[in-house]
Design a protein around this ligand. Structure first.
Ligand SMILES: Nc1ncnc2c1ncn2[C@@H]1O[C@H](COP(=O)(O)OP(=O)(O)OP(=O)(O)O)[C@@H](O)[C@H]1O
Ligand SMILES: [Mg+2]
Length: 512
């Protein structure tokens, strides 16, 4: 029997200044399947999905829905065709409630009056049916990313979409939220909905997808059945070489203390208690200390306190023998602190600046980049930016002149990592550094972290990924409800024991 395709994207070509983001790509989606889309950072995945969703118009190629050619010139048309999309960076109205976001644009009215009660009933029904827990009256700006994502999914279901595009939905979720999402996607597919799923995590693709299509540098490489493939084959297809999926490193040789934190407390924005409560720990030269924990246990605020994004309300922070408890962000940076922040768009980049300017954000005032009159030395800045772009393989359409907003998510991340690792520092605070990176880039970044350690830097890694925590760190501190509740040796522990500490089921006093 011939396969029935609900969506066919045939010979799609989409160009941006300086780059062919999609070069003659053909992708076919079967009804009721979960189809993964895999490719390196900048391979063209988000672009292809944006063409299907009507955000971009392809220069060449056609799209068919159930065998008939359609012209999707804007997202409303996509919606009418039953196509919905959860974007890599969510598109919710922050100051609206969850319910208002879901119904925005498809409000039911009667004699011009909004019928909210009925909308609420439908939303709650959907929420119940698919296990998508949300608080309909909470403001989006106050809820976790997990709930924001459930809101986005409900938005699609509320519109009765039956072709669902998920652009890296798991990059911002906690492990248990990821398990939930996998289950939700399976249920949706069982009901006959067709799903396109972008992820860099090969485990997820192996678990949930029926088929997987691979893109590389804008080109279509192939489509495989998941049951006939392996993670190794997928990564080879994607990167074009074998990738080492495990990290290899030698013994740590810790030296003098670089960061010393004593009884530090940081207030919470969400409740009256402190988010970080009397935390004390040290990080020494030549070691990678990892803060592990379930998202929302104070890790974010801990880093805000250390980096100066939030004031601390008690205790002290010492960097290389200097008290920086009240220092400005700039002075912490020039005193030797590098910081790869959790939210790359909010705290890591100026999206409307060029890539070159973003790469010197912490250093543009140095004599190397600015002359005595206060003018920037564009030539030096560009030369330096080009070095970093080469070394860290930051891909974009127009090199140093690219506006960062137009870069792919993973390449935005690589730009921040390049800047923070290359700037002079004694301490590197890396929060989820590999979030959204492809396996090849993760391999490179993990090697860089270890190289930095071996060159005598102190590294504080904050990660939600147990795999990363266990393979990269030399010492693990577990945070639970704002406190450090355990110190573990990665060589002697395992996921289960770590899980006990992370869930608060076990704790011990930690000495510093
Ligand atoms: N609006 C735009 N303007 C200019 N260039 C763009 C635009 N959107 C994407 N690009 C370029 O197209 C290429 C493909 O980007 P895309 O976002 O599709 O990659 P991706 O596969 O989703 O990568 P990632 O895994 O990092 O999210 C990138 O080089 C990017 O710089
Ligand atoms: Mg993308």
């Amino acid at each position: 029997m011939q396969d029935v395709y609900t969506i066919e994207m045939l010979n799609i070509t989409k160009r941006f200044p300086g780059i062919v983001a999609n070069d003659n790509i053909t992708l076919r989606l079967k009804k009721g399947e979960i189809h993964a889309l895999l490719g390196e950072n900048g391979a063209g995945k988000s672009t292809l999905m944006s063409v299907l969703f009507g955000l971009y118009q392809a220069e060449e190629g056609i799209i068919k829905k159930d065998g008939k050619e359609v012209k999707i010139t804007n997202p409303n048309i996509a919606n009418d065709l039953g196509i919905g999309m959860v974007h890599q960076h969510f598109k919710l109205v922050q100051c609206f409630s969850v319910l208002d976001n879901i119904i925005l644009g498809v409000e039911t009215t009667k004699n011009g009056i909004l019928q909210k009660a009925e909308a609420r009933r439908k939303v709650m029904e959907l929420s119940e049916k698919y296990g998508l827990k949300v608080d309909p009256d909470a403001l989006v700006e106050d809820i976790t990313v997990g709930m924001q994502q459930r809101t986005e999914i409900l938005k699609m279901l509320y519109r009765d979409n039956d072709i669902l595009i998920f652009d890296e939905p798991t990059a911002v979720l906690t492990p248990s939220e990821i398990d939930e999402l996998m289950q939700i996607m399976k249920n949706l597919a069982k009901e006959g909905k067709s799903i396109l799923f972008i992820s860099h995590k090969l485990n997820e693709i192996m678990e949930v997808a029926d088929r997987c299509s691979v893109l590389r540098r804008g080109k279509y490489i192939g489509t495989v059945d998941i049951k006939d493939t392996t993670k190794e084959e997928l990564s080879r297809m994607m990167v074009g070489r074998d990738v080492q999926l495990v990290v290899s490193k030698g013994e740590a040789k810790p030296g003098e203390t670089v960061l010393s934190v004593r009884d530090m407390s940081v207030a919470s924005k969400l409740h009256h208690n402190n988010a970080v409560k009397n935390v004390s720990f040290d990080v020494r030269r030549g070691e990678i200390v990892c803060i592990a924990g379930i998202d929302g246990n104070g890790q974010t605020e801990l880093v805000y306190g250390l980096s100066g994004l939030e004031p601390i309300v008690g205790g002290s922070i010492n960097l290389c023998g200097k008290d920086i408890s009240k220092a400005s962000i700039r002075s912490r940076s020039t005193s030797g602190m590098s910081h790869i922040p959790e939210d790359r768009q909010k705290h890591g980049l100026i999206l409307d600046y060029s890539l070159a300017y973003n790469l010197v954000l912490q250093r543009y005032f140095e004599p190397k980049f600015r002359n005595a009159l206060g003018f920037l030395k564009e030539k030096e800045i560009n030369a330096y930016a080009n070095e970093l772009i080469d070394q860290y393989d930051v891909r974009s359409g127009q090199g140093t002149a690219t506006i960062v907003r137009s870069m792919s998510g993973g390449n935005q991340q690589k730009a921040i990592i390049a800047r923070e690792m290359d700037k002079e520092h004694d301490l590197l605070i890396a929060v989820q550094p590999t979030r959204g990176l492809d396996v090849g880039a993760i391999e490179y970044i993990h090697r860089q972290l270890i190289a930095q350690r071996d060159a005598g830097k102190a590294i504080l890694l904050v990660s939600l990924e147990l795999e990363e925590v266990l393979s990269v760190s030399d010492r693990i501190l577990v945070m639970y409800e704002g406190e450090i509740v355990g110190e573990l040796d990665p060589a002697k522990t395992n996921r289960e024991e770590l899980g006990l500490y992370m869930s608060g089921a076990r704790r011990e006093a930690v000495k510093v």
